[in-house]
Each structure stands twice: as C-alpha cells, then as structure tokens.
Ligand binder design. Sequence first.
Ligand code: ZN
Length: 291
Amino acid sequence: MDYVVRATAGQGSVRAFAARTTELVSKAAGIHGLYPVASAALGRVLTAAGMMAVDMKGSDNVLSIIVKGSGPLGSVVSVAKSNGTMKGYVDHPKVDLPLNQLGKLDVGNAIGPDGKLTVIKDLGLKEPYVGQTDLVSGEIGEDMANYFWVSEQQPSVVAVGVLVNPDLSIKAAGGYIIQPLPDANEEIIANLEIKLRELPAISSLIDEGKSPEEVLELLLGEYELKLLDKTPLKFECDCNRERLERVVLGLGKMELQEIIETEGEAELVCHYCNTKYDFNKEQLSALLEQA
Ligand code: ZN
C-alpha cells in the first residue's frame, strides 16, 4: 500500500514527510502508457504533490503542481487532495532519451532545463494560493527545494525518485521532504547533511523494502522522531459524465451547433485518466437545449 507519513524531530524544530508511491506511479504509467523517463518525471511530481497535499488542513483541499519546461515532455501535471487521492498526466508520454552521465533516466533534459514550476493550493478560500518559481534543473527534487525556499522562505531537502524496470513497469517510487524550522539547532542540521551524503537514493531505499517510517528513522532517528500521522495515497481520477457535460456546455451554443451539424457526435477524453466519454447526436442536442 502506498502512503505518506508526517513527522517532526528535534522537539518539533524539524518537519519531515516520507512516502512510498510505487503502486500509484505504476497505475499512472499503465493508464498513460508512459515511457521510462516520463514515468520518472510524473512519478517524482506525483510523489512531491502527495507529500505536500497531506499537509493542508481542510479535508477537501486540493494541491496542484505544474512543471512546464523546455524539454520534450511538455507539461507534467499532478493534482493531489488532502485525503491522499491523486491524479496526473504528462503532455507527451512517449518520450525516449538516452540515460544521463550518471547512467540514470534523464528527467532533467526530458522536462527542462528552462521553465517554471507552479504550485496551486486550493484551500477552499475565495482565491487559491499560487506560487511560481523558475526551474533549477528539471530534476524535480532540486526544483521543489528551490520552490520552498523562494516562494515559501522555507529551507528544505526534497528527494523524490522512481526506479523503472526494463519492461517499463515500476520497480519502486517514493520520496521525502525535510524542513528545519528557524529554531532547529545546528547539530541536527549538520548531522542531517552527513546522513544525506551517506544514504542511498530514496528509490533504492524503497526498493530495498524500507518503509517511509524507516526512511525517516535513518535520517532523523537520533533526534526524537515523532510520527504525527499516516495517509494512504492512491491514483484515482474524479472525472465523470456530468463534469464532461459541463465541458461540452462550455464550448458555447455556436460551437455545439456546428459539431451537431458537421460531426454529429463527440468524443471527449479525460486528460488525467484517459477515460473516453462519447456524446451522440441526441445527447449533444439535449445539451444544446440546456445551453
Ligand atoms: Zn479522469
């Protein structure tokens, strides 16, 4: 089961999140037919979104991360609710790039390097909170850390990773975020820096069978690590026919009339889950009457 844990350490002076997202990234890869570098990119963004979403207070709050770089993937979009339900897509799922110099999936060049990272938090208020920063490398972890620093003035360590099998299935996926608050003492931070250098990549730790709790134990176990809560994460789209009817209505009378006269039918596909919704002439005419 995929889930995210929230924790504190150093008597509340350090905030920490860790997640295992192997199953939800597998589901996203299957639905969208992702090539490995696309799985890694979307998986990293989904993992970051999941960890951030459970930190919102309202039960129906929604957090979106949109990464739009200059690379061949186009936009990478993830939407996560505070209850752990997530969805996402990439513009171009069949991107294939050679491995980078480190022998790893080249997410940086598939996404970026130039572009923007946008975080939208819908907290049920009149206006959503929107924060946007420039991409640093397109590797997502660094870009998210930069976002936290520039947009929320919060120093953060962000690690997100996905291992893809040769048959394109997902071997392991997960991540962690560590955020020292202003009262965190220097010893904890210095120790954390050493740990971060020594520790294998998060995707390897998850692949070895480490749980999110165990990952945090490795990083902060010596400093009164306190688990706050645990939230299941899953990839599940919330689209339905009614919602797509509203999209059809949104086309306006003129356009709808034209579709009825020329095509006589319409097929709409949900970006997030690839579900197809067919509208025949009668259904379109009924919608036209409503319009
Ligand atoms: Zn959908």
